[in-house]
Design a protein around this ligand. Structure first.
Ligand code: PEP
Length: 258
């Protein structure tokens, strides 16, 4: 399976800065057929960046979408408005869940809206610090996956990407440790398996996100069950992000040789 490297720029870079950054990234980023490289700029930068990039080098993702297609929802951007512009959309990122009070129902509807509009949702799930400390992360993860994918037809499962992002690791000083990542990714995949069967579950890319940088990317990409990375801060450093794409390409190549 190919690897995914997705950069979440969060609320950084205005339109002009995005354009400058993409120019730099384009010069640094390798074109790798075995790696799906995706950048997620802010909404305003999506269209100008779309006109600027080589779409074989990188794809575009939005950081969120609203689940209604149109109507009186001031300030929102729907998946139908993103259609043709973004190929991916982050859904249920913990910053949306915790800062903007998105609940499981919003997340579920957004996943459906993305699919309905031909955009691949990247469903973000992850336990908070208390759930980790109290040892209830398995329950939290299963709930979020079950709820997020509840109304998805099995025929659409190949459009889904899941990102395991422990909330306590996002924006912190270090990623989760290897054993925590492999165990949690397995929990996520097993839940998908319960819902859609083993063969389908094996084909869903499951990414890790949370304080990955150039130094930790390679090791995490090699962990069992990890199909890629969702990267925040380090995706805004062109050389770091490009390095992760190179690491991912080398790991896929190695696994094909084995
Ligand atoms: C994120 O925003 O999804 C993320 C993983 O951020 P960071 O890499 O900065 O922890």
């Amino acid at each position: 399976m190919k690897k995914y490297i997705i950069g979440n720029w969060k609320m950084n870079l205005n339109v002009h800065e995005s354009s400058l950054f993409v120019t730099k990234l384009s010069q640094t980023l390798p074109v790798r057929r075995n790696v799906e490289t995706v950048i997620c700029p802010g909404f305003l930068s999506l269209e100008p960046v779309s006109l600027q990039i080589n779409h074989r080098q990188m794809k575009l993702g939005a950081q969120d979408c609203y689940w209604r297609d149109e109507g009186a929802f001031t300030g929102e951007v729907s998946a139908s408005q993103l259609r043709g512009l973004a190929q991916y959309v982050l859904v249920g990122h913990s910053e949306r869940r915790y800062i903007f009070d998105e609940d499981d129902r919003d997340v579920r509807f957004k996943v459906q809206a993305a699919i309905r509009n031909g955009i691949r949702p990247v469903l973000c799930v992850g336990e908070d610090e208390e759930e980790r400390e109290m040892n209830c992360y398995e329950h939290a993860l299963c709930d979020q996956v079950a709820s997020g994918l509840m109304n998805i037809d099995s025929g659409d499962l190949d459009q889904i990407v899941v990102a395991y992002e422990p909330i306590w690791a996002i924006g912190s000083s270090a990623p989760a440790v290897d054993q925590q990542i492999t165990e949690s990714v397995k929990i996520v995949r097993t839940q998908i398996e319960h819902m859609f069967g083993r063969a389908a579950a094996m084909n869903v890319p499951i990414l890790y996100g949370g304080s990955v940088n150039a130094g930790s990317a390679k090791q995490i990409l090699q962990l069992t069950g990890v199909d890629g990375l969702l990267v925040g801060r380090s995706s805004l450093i062109a050389t770091e992000f490009a390095g992760m794409v190179n690491d991912a390409a080398a790991i896929v190549k190695e696994s094909q040789r084995a």
